[in-house]
Design a binder for this molecule. Structure first.
Ligand SMILES: CC(C)(COP(=O)(O)OP(=O)(O)OC[C@H]1O[C@@H](n2cnc3c(N)ncnc32)[C@H](O)[C@@H]1OP(=O)(O)O)[C@@H](O)C(=O)NCCC(=O)NCCS
Length: 424
């Protein structure tokens, strides 16, 4: 990186009235083709970044057209957790990255990525995660797609559950999203603890899910609606958020934003409630996971139509022995494969004996010849079971004898596909 540039972290206790907050936020708003934030928007950003204990990296420079030293690149990240099958694992979530167009392709992203990932690893964090605006950017930094999600369209008239499938008893009620304030943390945490691949929610999710903030409305959400499910004991055990799209266009459509319950029978009750709303002909939902359980539970599975356009979660393994130790290995049999991992950033580079027994895995450095060679981003694609080693080998991504690749597939096999409700 050119010496005219300087990397630093914007402190979270930067005074509220400092123009640096608006300047920092605008790096992202400009690059994502948004308007400048209102003062309320800046205040909301400040609040949720502080609550998240975010790490606000930036690169400043000076020169013609700049007002003294100005930030021209930003990389905001925060501590989070990911369900890797045996409890929640500490991770770094990368929220937003942008470099002003006049300073692109000079290595600023590369510098900020290295600084943030090095610091996370020094803090003992073994995984990093992000969602991407373009699929071509992050593979070079060792990120691979670990959880696909795809939008679905649901024909409400055909949303009828098979008679042998339980739909939770109890009741539903349509409430203002602010009703969730007392229940939201418990419900999203229960969901995350139940499903492998689920990433922790941030304070920004709390503000938007409870209707306190809608970036597109620059204030309280007026369009957001909420339905909650109550167990027979009267406890709130799930919620769904949705935005009706009016009743003038055909088919009459409601956008479902989130369906959150630990128990799939409660999820089904929430889908049933939304499908039974008068006039609504179609429900759309962007967060359908691989192997979405909804379609298979219907009398007519074709009521659920997958649509184009993935919104995947990307994963980066920073510390292999620690990440392996924190991952649940579901296979019954004992497994042992020597892998050679290619990692251009160096974190996981080398040969490792991957071993698992009774659900517990280990990764140890070895000198022995490798059975299978793969890049660290390919390992990330197998991490939550979204893809198997054998599937990825068909795309030419692993090098090794089919029997060894099969052993690696079985070592990483998972019982349930991953699910995630937190987009970031
Ligand atoms: C994407 C973005 C952050 C890249 O920043 P940058 O400072 O220009 O990136 P760097 O100069 O550090 O590039 C690092 C490497 O990534 C590559 N790269 C950068 N942007 C890329 C893109 N959009 N697609 C493919 N490769 C890209 C560079 O060619 C370079 O490759 P090399 O190491 O082989 O030389 C910047 O273009 C941007 O702000 N875009 C708009 C907002 C955005 O898309 N942010 C990402 C949101 S998830």
């Amino acid at each position: 990186m050119d010496s005219a540039y300087a990397f630093d972290l914007m402190p979270l206790d930067t005074p509220d009235d400092s123009p640096e907050w608006a300047e920092y936020l605008d790096i992202f708003r400009f690059s994502f083709l948004d308007n400048r934030a209102t003062p309320e928007g800046v205040a909301t950003y400040r609040e949720h970044r502080r609550k998240d204990q975010a790490v606000l990296a930036r690169i400043t420079t000076e020169g013609p057209g700049l007002d003294g030293r100005e930030a021209v690149a930003g990389f905001a990240a925060a501590p989070t957790t990911i369900n890797c099958g045996r409890g929640l694992v500490d991770a770094l979530v990368i929220n937003t990255i942008a470099v002003r167009p006049s300073h692109r392709r000079r290595g600023l992203l590369k510098q900020m990525m290295r600084a943030q990932l090095d610091a996370a690893r020094e803090r003992g964090i073994s995984l990093a995660t992000l969602t991407a605006s373009e699929a071509t950017i992050y593979g070079r930094f060792g990120f691979g797609i670990a959880t696909h999600t795809h939008p679905i369209h649901v024909d409400t008239r055909r949303l009828v559950f098979r008679p042998d499938i339980p739909v939770a008893s109890g009741s539903v009620e349509y409430v203002h999203p602010s009703f969730l304030k007392d229940h939201w943390h418990r419900l999203v945490t229960e969901h995350q603890a139940r499903y492998r691949g689920a990433v922790g929610h941030l304070h920004g999710h709390y503000l938007t899910d409870t209707g306190q903030w809608d970036p597109s409305e620059n204030g309280h959400a007026r369009s957001l609606r909420c339905v909650v499910h109550f167990s027979e004991e009267g406890e709130v055990d799930g919620f769904a958020l949705f935005t009706p799209q009016g009743w003038h266009d055909s088919p009459i459509t409601t956008k479902v934003r989130k369906v959150c319950a630990e128990d799939q029978a409660v999820n089904r009750a929430l889908w049933k409630a939304m499908a039974e709303m008068d006039m609504v002909e179609r429900l759309t939902y962007p967060l359908s996971p691989p192997g979405d359980p909804l379609a298979a539970s219907l009398v007519d599975p074709w009521a659920v139509q997958p649509k184009e356009g993935d919104d995947p979660v990307w994963l980066r393994i920073l510390d292999l022995p620690s990440a392996v130790a924190q991952r649940q290995f579901d296979g019954d049999s004992e497994g042992d494969v020597i892998v050679e991992i290619v990692d251009s950033m160096g974190y996981c580079e080398g040969r490792w004996r991957m071993h698992a027994k009774d659900g517990q895995g280990t990764a140890e450095r070895v000198d022995a010849a490798a059975d299978v060679k793969l890049s660290v981003d390919v390992l990330a694609q197998m991490w939550h079971g979204d893809r198997t080693a054998s599937e990825l080998a068909l795309s030419g991504l692993l090098d090794g004898e089919p029997a060894a690749i099969g052993r690696l597939s079985r070592l990483f096999q998972v019982d349930e596909p991953p699910m995630n409700l937190a987009t970031f």
